[in-house]
Design a protein around this ligand. Sequence first.
Ligand code: NAD
Length: 346
Amino acid sequence: MGYEITLIPGDGTGPELVAATRRVLEATGIEFRWDVQEAGADVMDRYGTPLPEAVLDSIRRTKVALKGPITTPVGTGFRSVNVGLRLVLDLYANLRPARTMPGIPVSQPSIDLVVVRENTECLYAGIEHDVIPDMAAESIRIITRPATERIARFAFEYARANGRRLVTAVHKANILKATDGLFLHVCQQIAAEYPDIAFNDRIVDNMAMQLVQRPGEYDVLLCPNLFGDILSDLCSGLVGGLGVAPGANIGRTMAVFEPVHGSAPKYAGQNRVNPTATILSGVLMLRHLGELGAAERIEAAVRRVVAEGTHVTQDLKAARGDPTAVGTQEMADAIILAMESGEPAG
Ligand code: NAD
């Protein structure tokens, strides 16, 4: 039978990362029927939009997508395809785990954090305009009770289902009294429904400092959209960089799995960037599908390859320009080999 999955290669380094991940997923022996769908700047000419309706229809049908990153023009041009997908399909929860792996030199050992980021509102609603062109511009930040209630419930349910002990709401309610005041108030109300999970809150700037100095004191971070985006990159940095940070966008009936990082266009086509983040996004996808054994096997193989530190990409080598670094596809090959040999993680 297998699974029909929408596969969006994306652009920049996306296609090579997705190709590597696809090979690793197929090496589990699970049968996948990939519905490959193109999105981004490259399809603008053909469809008149970077997010063709066929992509959305495919995900509505398959319910699950694996996606490479897609470039968004900075300052001008079309709206982010990544944000568009999340909004149109109402993928309201962005889940971004950050966990240290043996073999990656980090300043703080044993980090195991999960960022739960509200994915549909805040400044990403994209409601902005010029007040006076080239002089003043305005953006509207939307926070609503229904969206905050459902992301807070998602965070507490996730904590409960995954043996987590603490949810921390992150906000700027001292300054943004209406928007983040509402966010914090609703999070406090939902927290009261989950007496088995501890709850606290932190102002976002303090949170950033605490994550650098005392990340072990935190567990699940419940964030509005923009703060969640920024802090999840910070958490990626704590555990070895964007090359190892996976993500999932989860809605009521559909889910899209993609790395935290972007398209890293300067490395496109060079077989150079780290496939781990995309492969671990595939692991999140397998867990979502209930394929827990296959997910464990891939994750253990990734951890073993990273711990051994031989067949890893440039970003995981101690020195820049290390000639022993391998390419994207070769690291994926090593992960497949480690999976097939079945030895436990190093
Ligand atoms: P980026 O994440 O693409 O890259 C920043 C830096 O992180 C890179 O220069 C590289 O040093 C490192 N990096 C990223 N991925 C890596 C990997 N797999 N292995 C090793 N190192 C890696 O961020 P950016 O340069 O700010 O954004 C580039 C484009 O990606 C922009 O157009 C942006 O809008 C887009 N973007 C897309 C998504 C998405 O598709 N969900 C997310 C973020 C950014």
